[in-house]
Design a binder for this molecule. Structure first.
Ligand code: AMP
Length: 264
């Protein structure tokens, strides 16, 4: 038979057990509440850091934030060699002449901002005084595109990341292009367009270094064992537009390099 004392002890133990259980439950509830709040705060922080603030470093990231000042480091004036670009695809008519591809605001880490402001739409009317010049040296080569498609593309992707007015952007690129005799830099060193003769990458760099006095970047398209030079990138100071040395980031292989001739 259980004594009064034992009964009281049992009741006490039950009470204590219930209280302990209640304390445990409220502690658990409190912990999950704190955990949820912390998670919400972390989520909000992540949205603020990664969501609303566009990063300008990685290439190929559309920014589209018209109010930002895209603090790029320098410009690259990209010149293209149509015969390389059109070596394996059909293009509109072109000649053996270095042409303009674009003028690109770029960062020293070889990344660049792009598509910076969709509101700064392209209007070919702004370019009326220079259209005939642009058609000669900044032409569209793709048969299924309009005559102004390359200008539109370059403006939206790269021009909108500068603070320049549309006319000034294209006019400046034209002026710079006219001041660099790239074709002559090469022919003066007997580097001429040919489908038989190949050159070493070094001989092309040496020719340009000697004639121009600054390091350029060479870009190639690869066909079989050949590197076809398809672009020369000239680097320019972002305020004075004076030539500066480019970082060495050629895309050409070290083997034989071809500067192909236009197929007739
Ligand atoms: P675009 O569409 O005019 O940008 O030209 C496309 C080609 O140019 C791609 O091969 C890109 O990797 C390259 N490109 C574009 N912008 C730059 C830049 N700022 N520096 C180096 N390469 C670039």
């Amino acid at each position: 038979m259980m004594s009064q004392h034992h009964l009281m002890l049992l009741n006490d133990t039950d009470d204590n057990y219930n209280k302990w259980g209640q304390r445990k439950t409220s502690q658990l509830l409190y912990k999950s509440f704190v955990f949820t709040i912390v998670m919400i705060l972390v989520l909000i922080l992540m949205i603020i850091v990664f969501g609303s603030k566009p990063s300008i470093s990685p290439p190929r990231i559309s920014i589209n934030n018209c109010s930002s000042d895209y603090n790029f480091d320098y410009y690259e004036l990209a010149l293209r060699w149509p015969a390389s670009e059109c070596f394996e695809k059909s293009c509109l008519k072109y000649t053996d002449m270095w042409c303009i591809h674009g003028m690109w605001p770029t960062l020293w880490n070889n990344h660049w901002p792009q598509d910076c402001c969709f509101e700064r739409t392209f209007n070919v009317k702004n370019l009326e005084p220079i259209v005939s010049q642009l058609e000669k040296c900044w032409q569209n080569l793709m048969p299924d595109q309009t005559y102004d498609s390359l200008w539109r593309h370059e403006w939206m992707k790269h021009g909108t990341c500068t603070k320049m007015h549309q006319f000034n952007y294209f006019n400046k690129a034209l002026d710079l292009y006219n001041s660099f005799a790239v074709g002559k830099w090469l022919t003066d060193h007997s580097i001429v367009a040919s489908n038989d003769v190949t050159y070493s990458l070094k001989s092309i760099h040496d020719a340009i270094d000697e004639s121009f006095g600054h390091k350029v970047q060479l870009k190639c398209i690869h066909v079989n064992e050949y590197s076809l030079i398809d672009q020369i990138l000239i680097c320019l100071d972002k305020t004075s537009f004076s030539p500066i040395d480019c970082i060495q980031a050629d895309s050409c292989r070290s083997g034989p390099v071809l500067l192909p001739k236009t197929k007739s």
